[in-house]
Design a protein around this ligand. Structure first.
Ligand code: ADP
Ligand code: MG
Length: 393
């Protein structure tokens, strides 16, 4: 999704008041009636209505009168609220180019006051598949206080909490800097997604490191659940960084073994295909009994000594509760386990942007949305949009 931060600089204090009023209204309304927005925003002399017109023009709000007359935030409106909060907190001061398009997120470079470049991940749950979305939407309907923005916020909170806890346990992950709404700020990984790498100097070593990572995660009580060449970054020294954590589950999850085996399988398949590692004939044997000499054994889930609850304290400290973990797990699973129900979808949360994604859920081994190549890690100054003129508090 295009993120034109230019408009952000010209939004007034009143504009943000109204955006926030709509956000508040959305905690218990799918669409927020204009009168309620006005009551919450509390602007003088009917100012709310004028402001809403402006926000609609900039596509920060969406007007819908199909069921009843009301308004909701678009993702862009939500982006602006998060960016403004983080800029006001001093977390960063400029937004740069887009460096990644994930299945359910957009990633941008941002710069701090002292010129450090960080990565900003904006979660966009529900945009991947307008097919899987149907089942997710049904799930949400049954819980009227929930909506897409809420789920994206949970995804961001979970990602932030896991990233922090993983780093504290010496896992190679980006450093979690801050989090607000659906937005996570983290250190910028100096490398490329493994999927873009055609050749490695030490494919065996890299392979071992990665498999060891899946095993060590399980030993710490966790399964990544989307562990593949799109979510593993590698730098010029062939150092690995793992990213993308909203779908992680505990080893005590009822499908834990299946998720673990699938993560392992993705890595075996990828290394076999891309780097000719001789593992292909044994793709069905997930029992650790690799036969031929020189072929790596598959780690077996049952033989790993797993410590559950090890990271729980750290996760809780980051503000991510078990209840929230439960909610987001159901949401993510709800979409991936359902069959395609076909038909059209009118619930475009970007306020009308075409969906260019391929309908694969988080559970697919083959992430078909290739990331944008990080061809130059050096930012040109003119690409950065300073945010120092953002108004309001
Ligand atoms: P999604 O959950 O939508 O798959 P990811 O977290 O996998 O999103 O990010 C999508 C892409 O953005 C990655 O493949 C990578 O190219 C880029 N990216 C994500 N996080 C970072 C980061 N911290 N530093 C550099 N690039 C990143
Ligand atoms: Mg990803």
């Amino acid at each position: 999704m295009k993120l034109d931060v230019n408009a952000l600089r010209y939004l007034s204090r009143e504009d943000f008041k109204v955006l926030r009023a709509v956000e508040m209204g959305m905690t218990n309304h799918e669409l927020v009636p204009a009168e309620l927005v006005d009551r919450i925003a509390h602007l003088s002399c009917g100012g709310t209505y004028k402001v809403m017109k402006n926000l609609l023009k900039h596509k920060l709000l969406h007007h819908d009168s199909s069921k009843y007359d009301g308004f909701r935030l678009t993702y862009l409106g939500y982006d602006f609220l998060a960016i403004k909060t983080l800029v006001n907190r001093g977390v960063f001061s400029a937004v740069g180019r887009q460096i990644g398009v994930g299945k359910e997120s957009d990633i941008f470079e941002v710069a701090t006051e002292d010129g450090t470049i960080l990565a900003m991940k904006l979660h966009r749950l529900g945009r991947t598949s307008f097919r899987a979305v149907k089942s997710k939407r049904d799930y949400l309907r049954r819980r009227s206080s929930h909506n897409w923005l809420y789920m994206s916020r949970l995804a961001a909170l979970k990602e932030y909490a896991f990233m922090k806890a993983l780093e504290e346990n010496d896992f190679p992950v980006p450093t979690a800097v801050d989090c607000n709404r659906h937005c996570v700020i983290m250190s910028l990984v100096q490398g490329y997604p493994l999927v873009q790498v055609k050749q490695l100097q030490n494919p065996d070593e890299v392979f071992d490191t990665i498999i060891h990572l899946v095993v060590r995660l399980a030993e710490h009580g966790l399964i990544h659940c989307d562990f593949n060449e799109f979510n593993i970054m590698i730098d010029d020294d062939e150092k690995i960084t793992m990213i993308d954590f909203p779908q992680m589950v505990s080893v005590s999850h009822r499908n834990a073994k299946m998720y673990f085996d699938r993560d392992v399988e993705c890595i075996f398949k990828f290394f076999s295909r891309r780097f000719n590692l001789s593992v292909e004939e044994h793709t069905d044997a997930c029992d650790g009994s690799g036969s031929d000499i020189g072929e790596p054994d598959r780690p077996s889930f049952s033989s790993i000594a797993k410590t559950t609850g090890l990271l729980d304290k750290q996760l809780e400290a980051s503000g991510f509760t078990n209840k929230e973990q439960d909610e987001i797990e159901k949401f993510i699973e709800g979409g991936s386990e359902q069959k395609d129900s076909g038909g059209s979808d009118d619930d475009d949360d970007d306020g009308g942007e075409p969906n260019s994604y391929n309908g694969q859920g988080h559970d697919e081994c083959n992430d078909a949305t290739a990331a944008v190549k990080l061809d130059s890690l050096q930012l040109e100054d003119q690409n950065m949009m300073p945010m120092n003129h953002v108004e309001g508090d």
